[in-house]
Write a protein that binds this ligand. Structure first.
Ligand SMILES: Cc1ncc(COP(=O)(O)O)c(C=O)c1O
Length: 343
């Protein structure tokens, strides 16, 4: 049985070209700064983000953790939206590892207004309260449906944060999805932040890896944290080789994933017992609610028919399109969903 895997874009397999580059690229010890393929990828990545420097990290979670550690000290506070990946899905790493408290701010759609930022900043002259050190934004925003921050909103939020003396970290795990959806270079989005993490291992289809970018000074500090966390890798050029192909060949094609997600969402919205807010389907994530069936039952029934998916609540589902999913798979998936919901 052919399997259609909508669980995440992290399941995307590396392209044949990536596998070839992984075999043939020159290697060295990256902790010594000796790996030519990684060094090249860091130059390209920093350039794409408009930052001075970059460092390879094993995961987006480690990139965000380093972002917190570099931008806030022990006992300080990080402002983050209450549905952000950093607050929701990173095992309280900010508190557990960095000694940083997250101040969660509920938002309508993952987009924090300038006023919300100002309101979340603690008064500096009150010795009872922690120091507000930084804010993190997420773009695209996972739990809010893969929505893209309108660039103007991101700029004004970033300006408000900086005017309050906050450092700005961007969880840009899917920044290239945002850039493609907006039709702007990723650097324009990244300009709204001091430090940025983006993932190679999601829509860009690499097997492993994320990149943390910032000023030279930030990256010096980030490398110390990376070592502390056990994330310093040696001949990591085997992974960086795939990253170089990804930045060259896999960015523009994200538009295909977005088109597939839109077709999927429109088809789902027509099915009985499905509610899908099409306004939120802006990139490659499709969240929808089920009125007539628990999400677990729906997932199980779909899995039996070769469609893998993830429930994100008792009645909520998420489908993710990615490299390897073709337009025909979307139609097959819709047929499976219809069969399950009307059986
Ligand atoms: C928005 C966002 N940030 C960070 C991460 C963490 O990435 P990783 O799974 O590589 O740790 C994810 C993973 O799905 C994500 O969606």
């Amino acid at each position: 049985m052919a399997v259609i895997d909508f669980r995440s874009d992290t399941v995307a397999m590396p392209s044949p070209e990536m596998r070839q580059a992984m075999v043939t690229s020159p290697l060295g010890d990256d902790v010594f700064g000796d790996d030519p393929t990684t060094n090249r990828l860091m130059e390209v990545a920093a350039d794409r983000m408009g930052k001075e420097a970059a460092t390879f990290v094993p995961s987006g979670t480690m990139g965000n953790l380093i972002g917190i550690a570099v931008n806030a000290h022990r006992g300080e506070e990080l402002i983050a939206d209450s549905d952000s990946h950093a607050f929701y899905y990173e095992t309280a790493g900010a508190a557990a590892v960095c000694g940083v408290q997250i101040r969660p701010v509920p938002t309508e759609a993952g987009v924090m207004s300038p006023q919300q930022i100002v309101d979340a900043v603690r008064p500096r002259d009150d010795p009872h309260q922690p120091i507000s050190a930084a804010v993190t934004f997420e773009n695209t925003h996972n739990r809010h449906g893969g929505i893209v921050w309108p660039l103007e909103d991101l700029r004004t939020a970033s300006d408000a944060a900086r005017a309050q003396g906050l450092r700005v970290h961007l969880d840009g795990a899917r920044i290239f999805n945002a850039a493609v959806a907006l039709g702007v270079p990723a650097a324009e989005i990244a300009a709204c932040a001091d430090t940025v993490t983006f993932c190679l291992s999601k829509g860009l289809a690499c097997p492993v890896g994320s990149i943390f970018c910032g000023s030279r000074k930030d990256i010096e500090e980030a490398k110390r944290w990376r070592k502390r966390l056990g994330g310093g890798m040696r001949q990591v050029g085997v992974l960086a080789a795939a990253g170089l192909i990804a930045l060259d060949r896999m960015v523009d094609r994200l538009a295909e994933d977005h088109a597939n997600a839109r077709t999927l969402a429109e088809g789902l919205a027509e099915l009985p017992g499905v509610r899908c807010d099409l306004r939120r389907v802006q990139t490659n994530l499709v969240y929808f609610d089920l009125d007539t069936m628990p999400a677990q039952q729906f997932t199980d029934e779909c899995t039996r028919r070769g469609l893998l998916s993830a429930s994100t609540g008792s009645r909520q589902m998420r489908f993710v399109t990615h490299y390897g999913i073709e337009a025909g798979d979307v139609q097959s998936a819709l047929q499976i969903c219809e069969e399950v919901l009307t059986a």
